[in-house]
Write a protein that binds this ligand. Structure first.
Ligand code: ZN
Length: 140
């Protein structure tokens, strides 16, 4: 395991905008505030969602789209740089009216309502290609 000690910086709470993409508005917020590394937690509801599942044998993401209202029962993610842009790596557990859950890597979702807590770190993280997994990971 590779690691790096970091010191917590600013903390934020935010209300996500209705109708905007869940992940993109976190990235826009991070860019506006100059946040180079952070972890965040969120909850709320979305009007649709596209989840990715990473196939470990094929080494590729498979998308699954859901065109229905969903609760964001839990959302966790981090902010770092990917190809020079801020990237909010976002995972979510989404629930349906009957309480069943969908979960995965959240690529996009139209926000109905959302609340976010974000903690910045005093470092910069730039993702780099990892040959073992073929994913863009933190080179710590
Ligand atoms: Zn992911």
């Amino acid at each position: 395991m590779d690691y790096r000690e970091v010191t917590g910086g600013r903390e934020f709470v935010a209300r996500l905008d209705h109708g905007r993409d869940w992940r993109e508005q976190i990235e826009a917020f991070a860019a506006d505030e100059g946040i180079d590394a952070a972890f965040f937690f969120g909850l709320g509801a979305v009007q649709d969602a596209e989840l990715y599942f990473y196939d470990q044998d094929e080494k590729t993401y498979f998308p699954e789209t859901f065109e229905e209202p969903l609760e964001v029962a839990a959302c966790v993610g981090n902010v770092s740089h990917l190809e020079g842009e801020r990237f909010a790596h976002t995972h979510a557990v989404l629930s349906r009216a009957d309480g069943t859950a969908l979960a995965g890597h959240l690529n996009r979702a139209t926000t109905f309502a959302g609340e976010l807590y974000l903690r910045e770190f005093d470092t910069e993280l730039e993702r780099a290609h990892d040959e073992t997994t073929e994913l863009d990971l933190w080179p710590l």
